[in-house]
Design a binder for this molecule. Sequence first.
Ligand SMILES: [Mg+2]
Length: 155
Amino acid sequence: MASPFPAVVFDLDGTLVLTGTNRPAPGAVELVETLHARDVPLAVATSAPVALARRVLAGLGVLACFTEVVGRGADGVYAGKDAVVGEALLGLGITTAEPGTPMLGDSPADLDAAVAHGLVPVGVAWGGSRPDVLRAAGARAVLGHPDELWSLRAS
Ligand SMILES: [Mg+2]
């Protein structure tokens, strides 16, 4: 079976977990597990410290599904979403994203970073930004539930 996406990049807070919590967004764990089971390379690009992000993902039971987790460095420096998404892609071995590679996020900064790296900017409606704000920021789609990502696959 062909891989449904070349890769997928996720924001963490407000996207994989409910905003400001360690609780999974409904359907997010299942989406990650299904993508991983279908051999889709996965990365997290977050403004949270990497160690914290890894703990949160471990708490959800999905840390092993991710090839790369990039965020604020141990020195506390956050280089910005654009930079962490770039680093996440490099961690996946991607220098030029294939068409149809989505990035899911709940903020306009996520979408901007996605566009900057040639990713499909996909907003999520369960995070910190309203769908109309995400659409205005360039979201190709705004998901009401993680399962809706499947409707964006190429084939
Ligand atoms: Mg977020």
